[in-house]
Design a protein. Structure first.
Length: 367
């Protein structure tokens, strides 16, 4: 199996060199092979302060994988302008190895039917419309927490998309129950016991298990404007037929481009109720991108988020800044950095903070 996969990867890069991403196209059947190799050289550190401002620091410098992937897309033309489609995409899981090239796992796997007139309906391991609800640019250190407001993907998703009107996309999705992510890791973890070396361990937190979820969204782009909105409702497992745990989330994104300058605004709001406990949160994230040259741009965005529970409150300020240069239509270099600070309060009293910083130089080669 490993030899077969290795041969497939080699074949993919060979196809790239020959500009042959379409590996089969005959009698209404089209098979495409694509992907990208993504590496970043980074320096990152994280400081955690307690209420007395005593801190512990973790730091890391590495040359690592940054989301490398490859996949196969298949489309079969049917009668009356209908078609069947499928997508299979592999990535490398995170490991304790510093280069983060772990075992292959299936990130996306879905099939579907569609037509231009009626839209597409797909089933499987895939994204939801909420994944498109940001317009701020980033390559590696995205700081906008949209996935904490509405699920942006799932391992069992039914999704419908209609794009029959130019510039308009309507979408709806239903997520079946989910306890683990695509790598088999728990959706949510909490602190466990210390290991034999005295290091903190983490265990699965069942409060993050999704019972089901649904969402709807719309995108509209016309001339210089790009407008997006989504709503999502998530029900969580409680282990009880009486208790309930649910979250309603709203996301909005606005973009406007004039000449070589683009301004964006990303927004989120969510209300969560776990039994009688309520949590309200929101974020505001303005951003920009400036096309310095045909092959290069600079970009950045700011994040403010507030999460307020019954007795707790968190405030987050974050900054991201980057620049890229396109060496080729399928090769891009970038430098990007982030600085995020979160302060925590309990009963309106300061209870600590976290500082998360990173800067990296990366490269992506597409095929």
């Amino acid at each position: 199996m490993k030899k077969t996969l290795a041969a497939l990867i080699v074949s993919a890069f060979a196809a790239s060199a020959a500009n042959a991403a379409v590996v089969y196209d005959n009698e209404g059947t089209k098979v495409e092979l694509n992907g990208s190799l993504r590496l970043i050289m980074e320096k990152a550190d994280k400081k955690v302060y307690n209420a007395a401002n005593q801190s512990t620091k973790t730091a890391n410098s590495a040359l690592r994988n940054a989301g490398s992937r490859f996949g196969i897309t298949v489309k079969h033309n049917l009668d009356n302008d209908f078609y069947a489609l499928g997508r299979l995409e592999f990535r490398f899981n995170d490991t304790e190895s510093r280069d983060q090239f772990g075992a292959l796992y299936t990130k996306r796997a879905y099939v579907g039917l569609g037509s231009k007139a009626t839209g597409d309906i797909t089933f499987g391991r895939q994204l939801t419309i909420a994944d498109d609800l940001t317009q701020a640019n980033d390559y590696e250190y995205g700081i906008i927490p949209k996935g904490k407001y509405i699920p942006t993907s799932g391992t069992g998703v039914v999704r419908y998309d209609y794009k029959g009107i130019e510039g308009l996309q309507l979408s709806a999705n239903y997520n079946f129950g989910q306890r683990h992510d695509e790598m088999g890791e728990p959706l949510k973890t909490k602190k466990g016991a210390l290991d034999v070396n005295g290091d903190q361990t983490y265990v699965a937190d069942p409060t993050g298990n999704i019972k089901n979820a649904y969402g709807v969204g719309v995108r509209y782009a016309q001339d210089a404007y790009d407008l997006r909105f989504a709503y999502g409702h998530t029900n969580y497992e409680t282990g009880s037929s009486v208790a309930s745990h649910r979250k309603d989330g709203f996301l909005a994104s606005l973009g406007y481009k004039f000449a070589d300058f683009t301004v964006t605004g990303d927004f989120g709001y969510a209300h969560e109720k776990d039994g009688s406990a309520k949590t309200n949160k929101f974020y505001v994230a303005p951003g920009f991108a400036y096309q310095v040259a045909p092959a290069s741009q600079v970009y950045g965005n700011y994040l403010y988020e507030r999460v307020k529970g019954e007795t707790t409150k968190d405030k987050t300020h974050g900054f991201l800044l980057g620049a890229d240069y396109q060496l080729h239509k399928q090769v891009v270099l970038f430098v990007e950095g982030k600085y995020v600070t979160t302060k925590e309060y309990v009963n309106d009293s300061y209870d600590g903070k976290t500082k998360d910083r990173a800067i990296g130089v990366g490269m992506r080669v597409f095929f």
